[in-house]
Design a protein around this ligand. Structure first.
Ligand SMILES: Cc1cc2nc3c(=O)[nH]c(=O)nc-3n(C[C@H](O)[C@H](O)[C@H](O)COP(=O)(O)OP(=O)(O)OC[C@H]3O[C@@H](n4cnc5c(N)ncnc54)[C@H](O)[C@@H]3O)c2cc1C
Length: 428
């Protein structure tokens, strides 16, 4: 039977290719917990798993099924560093901060790969990432980035690709140049969700699906969460709803904005060995970024079109096909077997958002399209925080992330205008 996420459009190829997706009951009534977690994507699941392992009584609820948000439906690309390149961050926050944020992301990469290996979760990791430039004028920035990374940031895995190398590694003449990163890669995101859910259950976390948080407030020393099936009274809580926060909590909602992103999966590219012969994933320099890769069985998984409202395009496949054909004109008639989308939580400066929104209540999200590594790691770091340990989350808490302008009423419209302007600029 095919499960259709009520909060994210389309049936994903990931969902179609997992052997089994474990299900969990609706919360059977009111309960108490040391720690309550709202939202069962990577952030919430990692937090629950790590807390349960330490012997903490933890309850995790999700309004839908675990992984129905971005975590089970994303492009699967790790990338390297944060969403914003370290050399750009350096210009705003200085060298030391840029290095610390970069190191944190490298720790995140190691953590996710280590977690999967330790628990024998087959996440279908494939190595390699190509970041490619769609405008000749960006070449200096790309060269500088390679120099900065391999030099002062001590990351030896990057090399600059001239046009010839870029064309042969992509199997497309659409891009001018690029960067090859051999120190990262891409995964099957839903296989990570399923493996993680199993580990959290094994560790003894109390896991409930179909249980939506309606209100969160502080009453005396307790955090009280009203849900669709009872109340949770906890000592502390994590809000891990990211781009699906809605109106649950105003501070998160004003700092983390949802953007819809869409992906299509083609049939296996038997007749196109020239396309991505090295199996790397790709992201491009457009503001409305295009990201693609081949799956382990040789399909093209192509993500690109973004929407700045909660509305979904009527025909996701048609939009994705148009973008595929710009890069791979020979794929004009390729069948797109699955097309789906989800909400990416972004922040104004494209850095993660972590705040204590009321005493004992932490919110984490806004990884800005870079959460495959970071959301997993931040969930694990939250467990450390809740256990009173020093943690790298303190770094994120100190970042100055402004709220989106326009309040809850006008911010979508303002963002739509701003991002449409950047999308237009991508074309020239
Ligand atoms: C199409 C797409 C492509 C992407 N590609 C990449 C990529 O290639 N690389 C990368 O690094 N990142 C990518 N991302 C981003 C990445 O997937 C996210 O950053 C990451 O999964 C965030 O995890 P999370 O746990 O914070 O949030 P989510 O996985 O979004 O989980 C939030 C959960 O909260 C639940 N929830 C919301 N409100 C409530 C409530 N009131 N009560 C109970 N539960 C609630 C939702 O049901 C949902 O399950 C992509 C995202 C999308 C959508």
């Amino acid at each position: 039977m095919t499960w259709q996420s009520p909060i994210s459009p389309g049936y994903s190829w990931y969902e179609a290719t997992i052997p089994e997706r474990p299900g969990f009951p609706v919360m059977p009534g009111s309960r108490k917990a040391d720690v309550a977690i709202i939202g069962g994507g990577y952030t919430g699941l990692q937090a629950a798993c790590n807390l349960a392992r330490s012997g903490t009584d933890v309850t995790l609820i999700d309004a839908c099924r675990f992984g129905d948000g971005a975590s089970g439906r994303n492009g699967g690309q790790f990338g390297t560093g944060q969403r914003v390149w370290a050399d750009e961050t350096e210009e705003v926050l200085g060298r030391e901060w840029a290095q610390r944020l970069f190191d944190m992301a490298e720790n995140a990469k190691r953590y996710v790969l280590g977690f999967a290996e330790e628990h024998a979760i087959d996440i279908e990791f494939m190595p390699g990432q190509l970041s490619v430039g769609h405008k000749a004028s960006l070449e200096r920035d790309y060269r500088n980035h390679v120099e900065a990374m391999t030099g002062r940031y001590g990351y030896p895995h990057l090399s600059f690709m001239d046009r010839e190398e870029t064309v042969s590694r992509l199997g497309s003449s659409h891009y001018h140049f690029g960067i090859r990163d051999t120190g990262t890669g891409h995964i099957h995101p839903m296989k990570l969700v399923v493996g993680l859910v199993r580990q959290a259950a094994l560790a003894g976390a109390n896991l409930y699906e179909g249980t939506k948080a309606l209100k969160i407030e502080k009453k005396g020393s307790a955090v009280v969460i009203e849900t669709t099936s009872g109340t949770i009274m906890a000592d502390r809580a994590l809000i891990a709803c990211n781009g699906y926060i809605g109106n649950l909590e105003p501070v998160t909602a004003s700092h983390v904005m949802p953007i819809r992103s869409f992906i299509g999966a083609t049939t296996v590219l038997h007749d196109h060995p020239e396309i991505l012969p090295g199996g790397e994933s790709v992201d491009d320099s457009r503001f409305v970024v295009r990201y693609f890769r081949k799956s382990k069985d040789g399909r093209l998984l192509f993500g690109g079109r973004e929407a700045y409202t909660a509305d979904n395009p009527r025909d996701i496949s048609a939009h994705i096909r148009r973008q595929i054909c710009e890069i791979y004109p020979d794929l004009t008639d390729i069948e797109i077997t699955h097309a789906w989308g989800g909400s990416v939580g972004i922040t104004m400066p494209r850095q993660p958002f972590c705040r204590e929104v009321m005493p004992g209540v932490t919110t984490i999200g806004g990884y800005s399209g870079h959460g495959v590594m970071l959301a997993n790691y931040c969930g694990k770091l939250y467990a450390e925080l809740a256990l009173g340990k020093p943690t790298e989350l303190d770094l994120l808490k100190q970042l100055k992330i402004p709220a989106f302008p326009g309040g809850t009423r006008f911010r979508s419209a303002l963002l739509f205008l701003a991002l449409s302007w950047y999308a237009l600029r991508d074309r020239f």
